[in-house]
Write a protein that binds this ligand. Structure first.
Ligand SMILES: [Zn+2]
Ligand SMILES: [Zn+2]
Length: 598
């Protein structure tokens, strides 16, 4: 699973650090200016920490009441005055004891707490005008360098991210090198809000959430169409590649997790149950159980590779405060697979997987980027095993002619991996696929073997991989990527038939029946409403095609077709519409093609 934004915030908050790169430096400097403005306007407020984060910054303040939108406006106006004054950021190194005294004298308990936790003789402080902060730096030269920023929101946040600590007030802001970049970012934020999958999910009857099941969606009929189409897509693709689908139990005895090692390292994230006096848990991942299937019979080198796919429903005990829509859930279904192969087969398997990943994401118009993570300092397995595994990944990427980034030392302790991000229509990056090589963990812990050419038992290499990640998260990403206007093959309703008036209801019913016979998800809208209203309604619901039928259409066996977005395709023979629709759906096109070819 990808590191969430929240994780990154907490990590950054923990280090109260900023990176020596222009944007984070600028953003961190803007957070100091914000803290200065807040102290000037609300002298009773205590300051906590204010790191740069992705796309911006925040600062946490101890304040009895939340900041109001009017407060944020005032703070932003005061920040602009501070920027106007072009105050220099100056650094001083102080003995730690002096810094503790200074912050005690100025009534800043959070800074004192941070200082007491630091095991260093001297610390650095940064000053601009009347504001001084404990900070490692670096900063821009002066406040005049801060040109394009905006305060976005405020919300409660616990000190050091721990709910046992006091609740602070966090103000989020964004800062960019140019006004143009800032404007573009604000547009993206606005667009993201409109496309929010939680909002669209409710509006389009895809899925919903109720407080009786935090972190788990109720799939509504429309959303279930999406899931079923994605499952069908995945199954067709994997069947053609000699995957074998398995399904393993959700509720599993603790014994399994002790053997797999999850009990020692992962049990806090597992839901545990008492069943007839024994401890069971809901599986948080599918890996060890796939090994049971592998081990059912004695395997020979001739049997490998074995590719087990699983639509694995997993549960992880995420804290309720971190749950968010379909993106952070407690229950999810992975498009998981475990490939058991001989070490010399690794490169070919990875190369095939990369081709598969490219094909899948291409279907949704999501361009991927690749990151190869290599051996960490603490690792299992021999240097030679690692050399050949890393080499296999490099070669597989090259065979596919893919550019990739290197994440040195970023691999798991049991093998290197390739992480794959996609970029959505708003230019946001989402980590989806992981191709994880497992040299030792599952094979050793679960004692998987095959008989090699020399008659000796050997350990196979296991590849753990997901491509969608989880169906839940992938549906969230698709919903926002397409802004709810899904390609026809995914759209819950693919066509709507609109008889012009009651007189044409019979032909409307016939057209509707023909579409249904052709297995096209069609609705008949013969409500007693004006045609213009019903056309607009179909557009609002983002139905790909609207078929308007009246006197002329009934006589000629045609339908007047409008594509989503408003394009009027004119009257087309009904058979032609069916044929084009079937072709568009069958090819899983991302574009609307009915009536486009002659
Ligand atoms: Zn700082
Ligand atoms: Zn796995």
């Amino acid at each position: 699973m990808a590191e969430s934004e929240e994780d990154r915030h907490l990590k950054l908050a923990g280090e109260f650090d900023c990176l020596p790169e222009p944007l984070p430096t600028l953003r961190h400097s803007t957070s100091h200016v914000m803290a200065q403005a807040v102290k000037q306007l609300f002298p009773e407020v205590r300051v906590a920490i204010g790191p740069a984060i992705e796309d911006g910054f925040y600062y946490d303040f101890a304040k009895a009441t939340p900041f109001t939108p009017e407060d944020l406006e005032k703070i932003e106006a005061r920040m602009r005055e501070i920027v106007q004054k072009d105050l220099r950021f100056t650094r001083e190194d102080w003995p730690r004891e002096q810094a503790i005294r200074w912050f005690e004298d100025h009534g800043e308990p959070f800074k004192v707490e941070i200082l007491r936790g630091l095991d260093v003789p001297t610390v650095s402080v940064y000053k601009q005008g009347d504001f001084l902060d404990l900070c490692r730096g670096p900063h821009v030269a002066s406040t005049g360098s801060i040109k394009a920023f905006k305060l976005l929101s405020s919300s409660g946040a616990y000190w050091r991210g721990d709910e046992k600590n006091p609740m602070l007030q966090r103000i989020y802001g964004t800062a960019w090198l140019t006004q143009e970049e800032l404007d573009k970012h604000l547009w993206r934020l606005d667009e993201a809000k409109k496309r929010d999958h939680r909002k669209l999910g409710r509006e389009q009857d895809l899925f919903d959430f109720y407080d009786v099941a935090p972190g788990a969606p109720f799939w509504l009929p429309g959303g279930m169409v999406l899931v079923r189409e994605l499952e069908r897509f995945a199954r067709e693709s994997l069947d053609a590649r000699d995957y074998q689908e398995i399904a393993t139990p959700l509720l599993v005895n603790k014994k399994l997790w002790v053997q797999s090692g999850h009990w020692d390292h992962y049990q806090d994230n597992m839901f545990k149950l008492d069943v007839e006096g024994e401890v069971f848990s809901l599986k948080p991942m599918n890996c060890p159980e796939s090994a049971y299937v592998y081990k059912r019979t004695l395997r020979s080198y001739r049997d490998l590779p074995i590719r087990y796919s699983e639509m694995g429903r997993c549960h992880r005990n995420e804290r309720s405060g971190t749950l968010s829509g379909l993106v952070r859930v407690r229950q999810f279904t992975q498009d998981d697979a475990h490939i058991y192969c001989r070490p010399e087969q690794l490169q070919a398997e990875i190369a095939d997987l990369l081709a598969l990943v490219r094909e899948w994401y291409g279907t949704f118009g999501l361009p991927p980027s690749y990151r190869l993570a290599t051996r960490p300092p603490d690792k299992l397995g021999t240097e030679q095993q690692w050399d050949s595994a890393e080499d296999a990944l490099h070669q597989a990427l090259r065979t596919n002619e893919l550019a990739y980034d290197l994440d040195k030392g970023g691999g798991a302790f049991y093998g290197p991996k390739i992480d794959i991000d996609v970029e959505d229509a708003l230019g946001r990056q989402w980590q989806l696929a992981t191709i994880q090589v497992d040299l030792t963990m599952l094979p050793e812990r679960m004692q998987c073997e095959y008989i090699d050419t020399d008659g000796q038992p050997k350990r196979p290499v296991v590849i753990h991989r997901v491509i969608f990640g989880s169906y839940e998260r992938f549906v969230a990403i698709l919903t926002e990527h397409f802004a709810g206007a899904f390609p026809t093959w995914l759209a819950p309703v693919q066509a709507r038939v609109l008889p012009i008036s009651e007189k044409h209801a019979e032909y409307g019913r016939q057209v509707h029946a023909r579409l249904r016979q052709a297995r096209i998800r069609a609705e008949l809208d013969d409500r007693n409403e004006k045609l213009g209203y019903r056309i607009r309604d179909a557009q609002v619901r983002k139905v790909p095609y609207t078929l308007v039928v009246g006197e002329r259409e009934a006589q000629n066996g045609t339908a007047s077709v409008r594509a989503r977005g408003g394009a009027d395709l004119g009257a087309l023979p009904l058979e032609r519409v069916l044929e084009d629709l079937r072709a568009e759906i069958g090819s899983r096109s991302v574009t609307l093609n009915v009536g486009q070819t002659t």
